[in-house]
Design a protein around this ligand. Structure first.
Ligand code: HAM
Length: 429
């Protein structure tokens, strides 16, 4: 029996690996323009590092970590905690008051695999440690946006502020009171979460929960003066740098360490896995992990999702538009279509046809795949009756095209040809 890779674990083979190199090389180039240095950490860490930083009551720590239970060690589910551990361990704050670090590598989460969601996935992670300055928040979001733009990936930047230990408890209480009245209507996860982490109810994907929280209070209206000022300054910075963003009061993030600014780069092209990258500020985390009182902010981009987006772009570019796909049904019609396609190519049209005698349904699928503007359907009966059907694939309109009733294939073709080329010229004037 053949042994295959584990579910959710993927080989990156030639043909695809070039896109990975493009993503990583572009990132390295941009990170160096913003004065970031590389750091590499081990994949295994003490379990406690992740429990303490990401949070005991998060999905990641509760159910997604690959942990060797007997040794109390875990394969890193993200890079921030490990990077901070290394920062503290090597006293990097002493070397430079503000450290700008990046790392690229595999992370592990036991999630249900689907398109854009793997169990071993790769992040390009950046962190700035040592400054609470809102300009830095704007600067690193601008860096993410620049990287995505240089890769040619279209995303939108969504942003929120999660406040700080001064203002969040007040908001939490207000939100709890709001949720209390709607508890019955929430999904099981949210009913449970509302006790441990009520903010998570805000970003539940379940449509029932979404309906319930639509009118929920916004944390942005409950920020303390310092957080409010900070968030305004972040927005000013983004405007100065010409970075477009929108506010999303429902964004909470699935990791507990965030304070103040949080953000996500969102794509519309990957279905449920819409976040290409995400991050935020975590001002208390270094201290919580036993380090100095140093604020921090960072984000991570998922390489698999970026590569998927680049592949989609390549597919679009490859699928050059065909003018007419000729669907011949049956042997006689195919025989008739073969020289017709050739002659129309000679006349300068981009043509395609099926040579394998497939069904009409399958030929229509092929026509869609090659983005054909028209499909000319020639059936055996139609051929006998001197008719073919031309379907406009954009409007779905169909029209009959006369084929000369003469038995001679060449004559039939001539009148059909005339009809098609004239029609084509008219439509593309
Ligand atoms: P995160 O939102 O958990 O944040 O992950 C960041 C990005 O990693 C996601 O936006 C996505 O592109 C990618 N990603 C996450 N899980 C998977 C998966 N199962 N399969 C494929 N891609 C995935 C963090 O990890 C934070 N450490 C980000 C950060 C850095 N915050 C501050 N600094």
């Amino acid at each position: 029996m053949k042994i295959k890779a584990l579910n959710g674990f993927k080989d990156i083979v030639p043909g695809e690996v070039e896109l990975w190199q493009k993503v990583e090389n572009t990132a390295r180039d941009i990170f160096s323009r913003f004065n970031f240095s590389e750091i590499r950490m081990p994949i295994l860490e003490k379990t406690d590092l992740f429990a303490r930083s990401i949070g005991e009551a998060t999905d990641i720590v509760e159910k997604e970590m690959y942990t060797f239970v007997d040794k109390q060690i875990t394969m890193r589910p993200e890079a921030t905690a490990s990077l901070l551990r290394a920062y503290i361990q090597h006293g990097l704050h002493v070397q430079k008051p503000v450290q700008r670090l990046f790392t690229i590598g595999p992370m592990f989460r036991h999630e249900r695999p689907q398109k854009g969601r793997l169990r071993q996935f790769h992040q390009m992670d950046v962190e700035v440690l040592g400054t609470p300055n809102p300009k830095v928040d704007a600067e690193i979001m601008a860096m993410g946006a620049m990287l995505l733009e240089e890769l040619g990936v279209t995303v939108s930047l969504e942003m929120n502020s999660l406040g700080c230990p001064v203002c969040r408890p007040g908001f939490r209480a207000t939100l709890l009171a709001f949720i209390e009245d709607r508890k019955e209507a929430l999904c099981d996860d949210c009913a449970r979460r509302s006790k441990t982490n009520p903010l998570r109810v805000l970003d539940c994907k379940n449509s029932k929960c979404r309906e319930q929280v639509e009118e929920a209070p916004s944390i942005l209206e409950h920020l303390c003066d310092d957080c409010d000022e900070h968030f305004s300054a972040v927005q000013n910075g983004l405007q100065q740098l010409g970075v477009k963003y929108s506010l999303n009061k429902f964004m909470v993030r699935g990791l507990d360490y965030y304070t103040r600014t949080t953000f996500e780069f969102i794509t519309e092209n990957l279905g449920a896995q819409a976040a290409v990258g995400a991050g935020g500020r975590y001002d208390g985390l270094v201290e919580k992990l036993g380090g100095p009182k140093v604020p921090g902010i960072g984000f991570a981009l998922g390489i698999e999702r970026l590569v998927l987006l680049l592949q989609l772009q390549e597919e679009e570019a490859d699928s050059s538009i065909v003018d007419i796909f000729v669907a011949g049904l049956g042997e006689k019609a195919s025989k008739f279509a073969f020289p017709l396609v050739h002659t129309l190519r000679k006349k300068g049209l981009q043509m395609a046809m099926d040579h394998e005698g497939r069904s009409l349904k399958s030929q229509m699928k092929q026509a869609n795949k090659v983005n054909s503007r028209y499909v000319l359907i020639i059936g055996e009966n139609e051929l006998e009756q001197g008719q073919a059907v031309l379907r406009n694939m954009e409007t779905q309109e169909q029209q009959d095209i006369a084929i000369n009733s003469d038995d001679n294939n060449n004559n039939k073709m001539v009148s059909l040809l005339l009809g098609l080329t004239q029609l084509y010229a008219n439509n593309n004037k």
